[in-house]
Write a protein that binds this ligand. Structure first.
Ligand SMILES: Nc1ncnc2c1ncn2[C@@H]1O[C@H](COP(=O)(O)OP(=O)(O)OP(=O)(O)O)[C@@H](O)[C@H]1O
Ligand SMILES: [Mg+2]
Length: 226
């Protein structure tokens, strides 16, 4: 069994805008073991989202090696990456990114639509159970606009969990929430982590980061070693 879920070696990322190139990540090394809850912090523009998008296979590094769950993924095709993303990763974003015309339940089931097996009755039951667990049992037919920010983020958490991911990635998951909803969301993260799910979360907020088991700070394209 693979113990290290994420191994990044000398990851760099350079953005090219016209003739100007800008190196955001300057040789990131990171190992994340199964069961960890890691928070990544750093100033605005320091490259947190860039790094999380690389870990989440939404973006490719300019150079370096990335071994996810025992497999080198930095050279895979878009299609292969999409497959791994759908099977192994769950995403939670600051702006929720729910589909506005779909109900809470339909939003949760959405990732399974991309699987050729499709959606079974069992999946639907599981989606309902997830929503119930997250305190939304009576809101499964509500559209995102009919839900509060905290409720929308809980729908997004259920959606991230429906595919039974190995790794949950969250970019400022409490960034759009008031302090009460933020606390609810971060407590859910901690519970999920205690149940064994590995989490990597980006946050500005030290109050939120302290729920993680480990904190890494990124500055000038690299982690500050502590
Ligand atoms: N597609 C892009 N093209 C060019 N530059 C980019 C692109 N995406 C990000 N950048 C630049 O890379 C740097 C890092 O951006 P990133 O979004 O990773 O920062 P961040 O740490 O997540 O910031 P924030 O806390 O504000 O979300 C920034 O200077 C940004 O302007
Ligand atoms: Mg960001």
């Amino acid at each position: 069994m693979v113990k290290k879920l994420v191994i990044l070696k000398d990851i760099t990322k350079t953005y090219q805008t016209g003739k100007v190139s800008y190196q955001v990540l300057k040789g990131i090394n990171l190992e994340v073991e199964k069961g960890e809850f890691l928070a990544i912090m750093g100033a605005s523009g320091s490259g947190k989202t860039t790094l999380l998008n690389i870990i989440g296979l939404l973006d490719k590094p300019t150079s370096g090696s990335y071994i996810l769950d025992g497999e080198e993924v930095s050279k895979l095709s878009k299609q292969e990456l999409a497959y791994i993303r759908n099977r192994k990763l769950g995403f939670i974003f600051q702006a929720f990114h729910l589909i506005p015309w779909a109900t809470a339940l339909e939003n949760v089931l959405m990732p399974l639509l991309y699987r050729k097996e499709g959606i079974s009755k069992k999946d639907e039951e599981r989606a309902k159970k997830l929503l119930e667990r997250l305190g939304l049992g009576d809101r499964i037919k509500a559209k995102p606009a009919e839900l509060s920010g905290g409720q929308q983020q809980r729908v997004a958490i259920a959606r991230a969990l429906i595919g039974k991911p190995k790794l949950l990635l969250a970019d400022e998951p409490t960034g759009n929430l008031d302090s009460k909803s933020s606390e609810e969301v971060i407590k859910i993260f901690r519970e999920l982590n205690q149940e064994g799910i590995t989490i990597i979360m980006v946050t500005h907020d030290p109050e939120i980061a302290k729920y993680a088991k480990r904190i890494k700070i990124i500055k000038d394209g690299n982690f500050i070693e502590k």
